[in-house]
Design a protein around this ligand. Structure first.
Ligand SMILES: Cc1cc2nc3c(=O)[nH]c(=O)nc-3n(C[C@H](O)[C@H](O)[C@H](O)COP(=O)(O)O)c2cc1C
Length: 191
């Protein structure tokens, strides 16, 4: 069942907390919304502190790579007022949804937060034809966030596979995202 703008299953959004952005999954099952956040991320830290998160709906592969491994400039964010509290969303999102976030479980490696919708807005919709190049950048980036930590060769092979698909099926923006991703992987695996 859809909940507002979120589809059933896992929604791979760009989560903004304060002036931080990162790709994160929002799990929508049986009408309830959760995030599983691995400890150590800025997002996990900010959510535990602020109890708020904004899901940004973005279809730019470069933003997925940049926010997974780096930061966006301050002017990429704009504030929204929700009942007197400021939350920050991405300026160029096509839509956004703000949530109250309560830590439901706290483990050694991750925390589980439950989300309650506060407000959502569609800013500018575009049609996005299904494109395996974009999907492959999302896949390669997920694997890369893990690969740079454990250098698991199987993840390395998956990244190669998805990079090949992004090259074959994507456009200029996917190729730019791929170049960025390759740079981050090279830098982080050299460290
Ligand atoms: C599509 C995608 C989905 C992701 N989903 C999650 C998630 O649900 N939970 C999580 O802890 N990390 C997830 N990650 C990894 C984080 O984005 C990554 O650890 C990032 O560096 C965190 O950035 P931050 O420190 O600015 O919060 C995901 C990455 C991608 C590319």
């Amino acid at each position: 069942m859809a909940v507002g703008l979120l589809t059933e299953g896992i929604n791979e959004v760009i989560a903004t907390t304060d002036h931080n952005a990162a790709p994160m999954g929002i799990i929508n099952r049986n009408g309830s919304l959760h995030m599983v956040l691995f400890r150590g991320s800025h997002t996990a830290r900010n959510i535990a502190r602020d109890r708020r998160v904004v899901a940004n709906f973005v279809f730019d592969p470069v933003i997925y790579v940049k926010t997974a491994f780096g930061d966006l400039p301050f002017d990429a964010f704009v504030s929204e007022d929700i009942d007197g509290t400021a939350v920050f969303r991405l300026r160029d999102a096509e839509a956004w949804a703000a949530f109250a976030a309560d830590v439901e479980r706290s483990g050694d490696e991750s925390i589980v937060v439950r989300l309650s919708p506060l407000k959502e807005e569609v800013l500018g919709l575009r049609l996005h034809p299904v494109n395996r190049g974009f999907a492959s950048i999302v896949e390669a980036t997920v694997h890369a966030t893990r690969y740079v930590r454990n250098r698991d060769p199987w993840l390395g092979r998956l990244i190669e596979h998805h990079s090949g698909l992004a090259r074959k099926c994507g456009g200029a923006r996917e190729r730019e995202a791929l170049e960025l991703l390759e740079g981050y992987i090279a830098d982080l695996t050299r460290e």
